[in-house]
Design a protein around this ligand. Structure first.
Ligand SMILES: O=C(O)CCC(=O)C(=O)O
Ligand SMILES: [Fe+2]
Length: 184
């Protein structure tokens, strides 16, 4: 990536948030979920998703209440909340994403409908998480390896000013992303 290397303020990385036994049972539970397609700008992504707590409509950008966060995700939500320094019940949405080998997520900031703190758990495969902000001479970039079983938090500028993306994942990867929901 071209640009000046800078670590985004508000990025936290925690290896081994879960142990290999916990990872195995989470992967078994996640593999049984029904996943839906992500259609953005008329394109269908290779990754598929399942929302709990709140459903996000990628077309209308609306959040609607949906099925509660399942019990098998409560412990990891608790740990992510502790890592992020927010109450567990403030992480009202759990997004489970399934990335088959080669799947990506393109450059984006998480939607403004979500709150200031985002926490994510990686399962099944390592991948890279890339960051960028600014253009031309002002471009700043960063990347962190997300190991399987690790968690990250995006808060502050890492959440609000930087974009992030994941290049093609090498093996089947699941992520569980916990977000706050802004109430209007
Ligand atoms: O898979 C991940 O860990 C990140 C997903 C992501 O950035 C998102 O869903 O907004
Ligand atoms: Fe994101």
């Amino acid at each position: 990536m071209r640009g000046v290397h800078e670590r985004p303020a508000g990025l936290t990385y925690q290896p081994e948030l879960v142990d290999p036994d916990e990872e195995r049972s989470l992967l078994t539970a996640l593999a049984a979920y029904d996943f839906g397609e992500v259609r953005m700008h008329g394109q269908i992504a290779r990754r598929t998703v399942r929302h709990f707590g709140y459903d996000y409509d990628y077309g209308s950008f609306q959040l609607t209440e949906t099925e509660a966060v399942p019990v098998e995700l409560h412990e990891v939500r608790e740990r992510c909340a502790r890592l992020a320094g927010v109450p567990a019940d403030s992480l009202a949405q759990a997004l489970v994403t399934r990335y088959p080998p080669g799947a990506v997520i393109g450059w984006h900031r998480d939607a403004p409908a979500f709150g200031p703190t985002v926490a994510g758990l990686s399962l099944g495969s390592d991948c890279l998480l890339r960051f960028q902000r600014g253009r031309g001479d002002q471009r700043r970039v960063y990347e962190v390896e997300l190991a399987a079983r690790s968690a990250y938090v995006l808060a502050g500028a890492a959440r609000s000013s930087w974009q992030h993306s994941i290049p093609p994942v090498p093996r089947l990867r699941y992520s569980v992303t916990f977000r706050q929901v802004r109430r209007s």
